[in-house]
Design a binder for this molecule. Structure first.
Ligand SMILES: Nc1ncnc2c1ncn2[C@@H]1O[C@H](COP(=O)(O)OP(=O)(O)O)[C@@H](O)[C@H]1O
Ligand SMILES: Nc1ccn([C@@H]2O[C@H](COP(=O)(O)O)[C@@H](O)[C@H]2O)c(=O)n1
Length: 201
């Protein structure tokens, strides 16, 4: 099994890069785990309280469960990946049955921040896009796909996203084996990653 970690700031294009890599592999050879699925369960909080959570701080993530699931996949076990809702800011009751595959891709903003998780990756990729580009993409995406309005996105950006990015995400670029510049669609980088995967398999 080859475990690939794909990190990078919000809006850098991690999901897009993952989809491009997945597209080039047979469906029964790859599975994807998203760090977003592992936001801590907060059923004890009201919706109002949940909107105030700092989702860009490592303590918001249930790394324990994420690491356990990755180790289970390594042992050949199928896992029940939680399904998260960006609308309710909470895990749903649903699960996504995720089977062990030859290639396991884990993507998320903070996945290189946790040492135990980081050590499980065979290949570490960091997707980079300029700050303004990421903010523009985030505004567009959160309004169209995540039920937010412009004030919510910009307030969150100023209050938590930007400082957390500088403190916990950008420094983890140093752990990367490959950095993908993604201000534009970078097909050459995807080809390089595909060759590395084929070589390592
Ligand atoms: N290279 C790119 N050029 C323009 N838009 C992009 C590019 N990569 C991603 N996007 C768009 O930016 C938004 C955020 O991308 P996404 O892959 O969801 O980022 P992340 O998973 O890192 O938050 C999406 O709407 C996506 O279509
Ligand atoms: N309820 C939530 C949970 C997380 N976020 C934001 O999602 C970002 C991480 O996801 P990407 O797909 O963009 O990598 C992170 O920056 C959180 O602020 C949210 O808005 N609401």
């Amino acid at each position: 099994m080859l475990i690939i970690g794909i990190a990078g700031g919000t809006g850098s294009g991690k999901t897009t890069v993952v989809n491009q890599i997945v597209k080039q592999l047979p469906t029964d050879e790859v599975c994807v785990i998203s760090q977003d699925s592992y936001y801590k369960e907060t059923h004890n909080l009201s919706y109002e309280e949940r909107t105030k959570i700092n989702f860009d701080h490592p303590r918001a993530i249930d790394f324990e469960l994420l690491i356990k699931h990755l180790k289970d996949l390594k042992k050949g076990k199928t896992i029940k990946q939680p399904v998260y809702s960006f609308v309710t800011h909470n895990r749903t009751e649903d699960f996504l049955k995720t089977h062990p595959r030859k290639v396991v891709i884990v993507e998320g903003i903070l996945i290189f921040n946790n040492e135990e998780l980081r050590d499980l990756f065979d290949i570490k990729i960091f997707v980079h896009a300029e700050t303004d580009e990421r903010l523009i993409r985030r505004v567009r995406r959160d309004i169209t796909e995540r039920g937010r309005d412009i004030d919510e996105v910009l307030n969150r950006y100023q209050n938590t996203l930007k400082p957390m990015h500088l403190q916990f995400i950008e420094p983890t670029k140093n752990f990367a084996d490959i950095i993908i510049p993604n201000d534009r669609y970078n097909t050459v980088a995807i080809d390089v990653v595909r060759s590395v995967i084929n070589e390592r398999l």
